[in-house]
Design a protein around this ligand. Structure first.
Ligand SMILES: [Mn+2]
Length: 293
């Protein structure tokens, strides 16, 4: 397994940037972990490729195509990449090479938002990675942790006027209602996870049983905003940290994966490192599951 940092957060058309500091914060917390080893063996060895020099100040499109040249090489190596975001726009470049390289690819995405929005003015953004991936041949998309309602967070980046931001957001929002009817898409609500986390996890695994390669995506805002606070769009009604850890650990243990990515951890808007710590715990849970395969 190898860590790959992606410090980029210019992909937002709504919400708050800050996840460019995610990779550094996650590495720092990972190095401070200690284990009580309750039923968990030592982790396998972990490599670290450092941070990719993700171009900022360019368009998301140029960033994604440059990044994809690098991630394609990473995926060809005989190791499991664990991407440390960065915002969720990056997920496109982390998965697109798999679609090029393999017969069929599925994604399980833990997230508040389905991120099936249309690109705006031909630009991908944090709300469009899975729409974009479906366009290039993604075979299955399973969204875990969806909410029945969503309270938006205004964009704090003053480079885009609030009015324009809300206009663009509306343009990018979305064909959700029609697109989620597609056969290739499955939704598992946060409430369903709360009722029976093991059953919800098995249901998610079943949706990808027919694909060759599976990528696991973890947007930290899937957590309830009591824990998932230091992120672009903290949202109520979400998963407990413990539930997310169980899902990620089980999937890593039961299904061979082509990659894992942690997105949208924004330390500068976190409170007392609550969210960074939760994300680190999830990373460790992933390691536990992977090591016990
Ligand atoms: Mn997302």
């Amino acid at each position: 397994m190898v860590l790959v940092g992606e410090p980029y957060d210019r992909g937002h058309i709504g919400g708050r940037p800050g996840s460019r500091d995610g990779p550094a914060a996650l590495r720092s917390k990972l190095s401070a972990i200690f284990s009580y080893s309750y039923g968990v063996g030592p982790a396998s060895s972990i490599g670290d490729l450092g941070d990719i020099d993700v171009e900022r100040g360019k368009t998301n499109q140029t960033m994604l195509s440059q990044l994809q040249e690098i991630t394609a090489k990473v995926h060809k190596k005989d190791t499991l990449p664990v991407f440390l975001g960065g915002d969720h726009t990056l997920c496109y470049a982390n998965v697109a090479p798999l679609i090029d390289q393999h017969d069929s690819v599925g994604i399980i995405n833990l997230d508040t938002h389905c991120d099936l929005g249309n690109p705006v003015d031909s630009e991908s953004h944090t709300g469009s990675p899975f729409y974009d991936l479906l366009q290039i041949g993604l075979d299955q998309y399973t969204h875990v942790g969806a909410r029945p309602t969503n309270v938006g967070t205004p964009k704090t980046d003053t480079s885009i006027a609030q009015e324009e931001s809300s206009e663009r957001r509306t343009a990018g929002h979305y064909d959700h209602c029609t697109i989620i009817e597609q056969e290739a898409i499955d939704i598992i609500m946060a409430e369903e996870v709360g009722k029976d986390v093991a059953a919800a996890t098995q249901k998610a695994l079943e949706t990808v049983s027919d694909v060759d390669q599976v990528y696991l995506s973890f947007d930290i805002d899937v957590l309830d905003n009591s824990t998932g606070y230091g992120t672009s769009s903290p949202t109520p009604g979400g998963l407990l940290s413990r539930e997310a850890d169980e899902i990620v650990r089980t999937i890593a243990q039961e299904r061979e994966l082509a990659g894992f990515g942690v997105y949208e951890v924004a330390p500068m808007i976190d409170h007392e490192e609550i969210t960074v710590k939760a994300a680190t715990n999830t990373l460790i849970s992933f390691l536990n599951g992977y090591s016990n395969r």
